[in-house]
Design a protein around this ligand. Structure first.
Ligand code: HAM
Length: 420
């Protein structure tokens, strides 16, 4: 017996129907706000992810050499890919460029509920605009997508990573050291951060200042405790835009650091508290990757939703019921009626109905049982006697009611029932 690799999952038809429903709904929301869908490869040159994603991601990469001796990694996220795509092929497109994407990502993590080695992200990026309304548009899309699948219990935490980053930068630390310090703050590892501060001789008052900013959480009024600076003015305008766009469930959290290293300004995370330890269902912010990939400086902002996690959170609130099943299941009662049954199946399918039929040559009772199990709304039974009259029996699976009906009017009868 082969076991699935640790941290991966198989999805059966019922689960796929629910996932596909959620994906369709979210896709529609993104398209309705002017975002266009893109797709990138699942593997890339490893350097795309080691250049700026930060130590958290690099430690978790699935990496290998291909037959051409190239260093390859399975993508741990997709923002770096979108930026590569933009630099290679999209720089001359009219700005802003608004794009979204969906697909599997891979991180060698410790698997647990809501944390997988293969997981799915639904993300979006906006390239080429640096106003507060641009960041607000990204957050508004994330929250609308979450609401579109009916998840009610979520909180959007908003911050500005530039504040803590600039405090470390002002202390003349190298970019590598800044990234190390931010990593400890992201992991909430106060012991390691204190040691880091000591090793790098950071003044106590500055460390205390950073710690106090890290703990600033609440409504817009917490900004009163912040010295006047461009970040404060930005956050005030940004929060105003969010409110105008009707985004609910927002609170400020200046301690957000994010696991990835490329963020520069506004950052946000969305939690679904019902999920417990793995409650973060989305994360994003404005970031800087394009110059690193050889393009001209351009403002970029975006987010990714953990698709698996929002579905778990949504299903904790209530079951997703999908109107699955098929319009009709066709059963030939004998060898003599099989040809007509198959012709009928083809004709019904051509008329746009969803139709399946008995391919195992089983008895009527077994077929009725099977038809019920696959959610067939009608069963068409073709017996020799009825066929001689050019008719068949149409059985309504909900009521059990059966009536003889001419072959020529079966499609219309099923379609009519569908509309009622
Ligand atoms: P991230 O926060 O690393 O951001 O991932 C986004 C979301 O993916 C997380 O909030 C979480 O819900 C989900 N996620 C991450 N790791 C796992 C896992 N092992 N299992 C299940 N779900 C997981 C990014 O990836 C950025 N690229 C987001 C972004 C886009 N920033 C700007 N643009």
């Amino acid at each position: 017996m082969f076991q699935r690799p640790r941290g991966t999952r198989d999805f059966g038809p019922d689960e796929m129907a629910r996932r596909q429903w959620a994906l369709d709904v979210m896709r529609k929301v993104a398209i309705s706000r002017g975002f266009g869908e893109i797709q990138m490869p699942i593997f890339e040159d490893i350097e795309l992810f080691t250049k700026k994603s930060g130590p958290g991601i690099v430690e978790e990469l699935y990496a290998f050499k291909d037959k051409g001796d190239r260093d390859i990694a399975l993508r741990p996220e997709m923002t770096a890919q979108v930026m590569r795509f933009y630099v290679n092929e999209m720089t001359s497109l009219p700005k802003p460029i608004k794009m979204f994407y969906f697909g599997p990502c891979f991180r060698y993590e410790n698997p647990q509920s809501g944390r997988y080695r293969e997981f799915y992200q639904f993300g979006a990026e906006i390239i080429g605009s640096n106003t507060p309304e641009t960041d607000a548009e990204a957050v508004a899309l994330a929250s609308s997508m979450i609401e579109s699948i009916g998840l009610d219990n979520y909180v959007i935490r908003l911050g500005y990573i530039g504040i803590l980053r600039n405090m470390l930068r002002d202390l003349k630390l190298t970019e590598e050291k800044i990234s190390e310090g931010m990593h400890y703050l992201d992991k909430n590892d106060e012991a390691k951060f204190t040691l880091f501060a000591k090793d790098n001789r950071l003044p106590d008052d500055k460390v205390r200042g950073m710690m106090s900013i890290r703990n600033m959480k609440g409504g817009i009024e917490i900004l009163d405790g912040l010295e006047e600076c461009s970040a404060k003015a930005y956050l005030q305008e940004f929060m105003g835009c969010l409110s105008l766009l009707g985004v609910k469930n927002c609170q400020l959290d200046l301690g957000i650091v994010r696991g990835l290293d490329y963020y520069t300004g506004m950052v946000f995370e969305i939690d679904a508290p019902a999920l417990g330890a793995e409650k973060q269902v989305a994360g994003g912010g404005s970031y800087d990757l394009v110059p690193l990939f050889g393009g001209e400086q351009v403002f970029t902002t975006g987010f990714a939703i953990g698709f698996d996690r929002i579905l778990i959170a949504r299903e904790k609130e209530s079951t997703i019921t999908i109107d699955a099943g098929i319009d009709a299941y066709v059963v030939p009662m004998s060898d003599g009626t099989r040809k007509t049954a198959i012709e009928l199946v083809a004709a019904l399918r051509k008329s746009g109905l969803s139709v399946d039929f008995d391919i195992m040559r089983r008895s009527l009772s077994k077929n009725l049982k099977y038809a019920a199990s696959i959610g067939a709304r009608n069963v068409v039974i073709i017996g020799d006697k009825e066929l001689a009259k050019g008719a068949a029996t149409l059985r309504d699976m909900a009521t059990g009611e059966q009536k003889e009906i001419s072959m020529a009017s079966i499609a219309e009868a099923i379609s009519r029932k569908k509309q009622n």
